[in-house]
Unconditional design. Sequence first.
Length: 84
Amino acid sequence: MLVAYSFSGLEAIFPEKDKLVFSYKVVQGTTQTKSGQIEVVNTDVPLKNIWKSTKKFTWFYIDQYENNLKKLCKFSIEKLENEL
């Protein structure tokens, strides 16, 4: 008698395709001299859990998400500097 089974599953986190968008105005006295909008696309990629526990995998993703947000903010500031 032979008993066998097969199991296939995927534990992954798929980030939203959000953008970081903000508007700005440059004012001198009471006159608006410049205005615009900065838009930066989120570059997070899906992560698959291959070797970590679910808890460690979630922590790992949260750390990466936080680092990516810092990069998005830095990039948006650089874009703003270039526009001004």
